[in-house]
Ligand binder design. Sequence first.
Ligand code: PEP
Ligand code: MG
Length: 451
Amino acid sequence: PLGSRGLGDVYKRQDMQDELRKNGGCTAAAVRSSCRKWAGGLGQVSDGRMPPKAMLVTDIGKMLLESLAGSHPSAELIHAKNNILVVDHLFVSDVVALHRTRPAAIVVQHGHPASHGLILARELEIPILCQVRDATRLIDPGTPLIVDADQSCVMVHPSSATNMQREFTELSPVVPGPEVAASMDIGGKTVRVTADVGSPATSTQAAASGADGIGLLRMESIYMQAGRALHVDEIIRRLADILAPMGDKPATVRLLDAGGDKPLPYVEDCSLNCRGVRLLARHPELLFPQLRALVKLSRDFGQLHVLVPMVTLSEDMRLVRAALERAARREGVAPPPLGAMVENPAAALMVGELWEWCEFIRIGSNDLTQYVMAASRANPAAGDYFQQTHPAVLKLIGMVCRSEHAGLIGLCGSLADQTDMVPQLLQLGIREFTVPPHSIRAIRRAVAEYG
Ligand code: PEP
Ligand code: MG
């Protein structure tokens, strides 16, 4: 799998054979020590932080161990409910284990809030603190902890008085802020606040928070959970469970965005150069079941929209448009609206060409920032450069908003979730903010204040 993910230069057959000999033929031990050696050879940034390529090798090693053992190694990290997971890094493959054994909170020593592992874990509504210096060195297994993600603090060995106070606060009813009317008009265009969801629980929470719909349902949430390719009926069942709490409100489902730092263990060639729609184009066995499922679902969920991840060329959209139309013809229904995710500079600069193939555009601020600023979202060492509010990022967002169908541009990613940026983003022309369910009310209030 290393070769197929563009890491062929890292893999040394001889190393693996030497380790196998040293470990008496034990494959798991050979995989563990070879991957450790290869990742170590890719350097350490500082404080034990790993460069992204080393993280990828480590994660792939973990997945290999998982398939060898027939279980997920990260599951060993989480012994029981109400435990708090303290880790160096949170890998995408760890999230699979989190689905099964939900820890009460996660403390991550390294890792950027916009990294995929953290985004997917947050979708599970698990409180997470990241970039907690020396966490794994200072916190011994079994140490009593309180994690307050709102205040960004970890209390180690809290006193019984603190414990009681916390329990009391948790039991006290939450007083919600003043309600704000649903969609609002600004400059003659409706502004919508929609939810970023990945499970029936988050969708239920979004509905209760008054979201205008689902703005982003990442197909990878269900694929990661399943750990294998899915059949049409399974995709329908899993998506329907997430869509149902929102009733007949609009919902945008994004096709599988795998590749790069979101590898799928059962798909070869998951390199960065083969991410999102590029991977789907090479794997029709992944693309077609998703499109067929979405077309069938559009019968029950009338306002279903289909979003294409990591679009670069208009050719990417032409290919998906043709496949969607074929799937719709086969089911005898009209194809649901198709959108392009603009999350790299080429797509932003050439958005006019993408409009020929789609009905709506969503900007993904996490990836757009990473590619505009040349700063990996997974590597805290580049944190100073990963600036979602940098004028270069905002300039491209403005350019996309001024493209021909102004008023149909939505924003996803962590930039959409910054209340203080709402006025500037509205001025640029953003008309839909897609945020986690717990932020719906705050963003709506910020929009109302601007209006
Ligand atoms: C983004 O890139 O901003 C985005 C929403 O997509 P993801 O975080 O899933 O890559
Ligand atoms: Mg993205």
